[in-house]
Design a protein around this ligand. Structure first.
Ligand code: ATP
Ligand code: MG
Length: 166
């Protein structure tokens, strides 16, 4: 797969993905670049921009077999047998940030799990900070991804740009 990437000033990387298959495959690249890290990834962007598609690719690359359901109504779906254990959240229908307590979010911040959070804006103030932010935007028939990382996760961006593990 050929994925154009740029690293403007080292601040982040921008990825153009022409279709859903590329988006799914890129989720696999992200999984490889994570190299087993636990942490928190925010997936931001309008309705239907491809957040769950990316998560699906990531989970399949980590070894999940079977469907990846959008947690639109359940708010959270567990993939506890993966390494690291993954929790996929979709907070679109979160009533207010206080509800996160009932999801047992605090227990997931154990330093061992990977949290993939769609619609993190809805949980603002009650969510852990992001180690990696993936902003997704519509771009013609495809999508543009803009990634920014906390200082401790810059190596993930470096690995993605290089197409290798870190
Ligand atoms: N790079 C891409 N180019 C074109 N279409 C894409 C791309 N990535 C995903 N899609 C398509 O976009 C649609 C919506 O995808 P998806 O459900 O992943 O979006 P989402 O951001 O999770 O939506 P929601 O906000 O409802 O959770 C699907 O039909 C998917 O195949
Ligand atoms: Mg989704």
């Amino acid at each position: 797969m050929s994925v154009p990437m740029s690293a403007p000033g080292g601040a982040g990387i921008v990825v153009s993905l022409p279709d859903a298959a590329a988006q799914h495959a890129w989720g696999g690249r992200l999984a490889a670049a994570l190299a087993g890290r636990p942490g928190v990834i925010y997936l931001q962007g309008e309705l239907g921009v491809g957040k769950t598609t990316l998560v699906r690719g990531l989970l399949h690359a980590l070894g999940h077999r079977g469907p990846v359901r959008s947690p639109t109504y359940t708010l959270i779906e567990p993939y506890e047998t993966l390494t690291p254990p993954v929790w996929h959240l979709d907070l679109y229908r979160l009533g207010d940030a206080g509800e996160l307590e009932y999801l047992g979010l605090a227990d997931l911040l154990d330093g061992r799990s990977l949290l993939l959070i769609e619609w993190p804006e809805r949980g603002a103030g009650a969510l852990p900070a992001a180690d990696l932010r993936v902003q997704l935007d519509y771009a013609g028939n495809g999508r543009r991804l803009t990634l920014t990382a906390a200082p401790a996760w810059q190596a993930v961006l470096t690995a993605l740009a290089a197409g290798t593990r870190c």
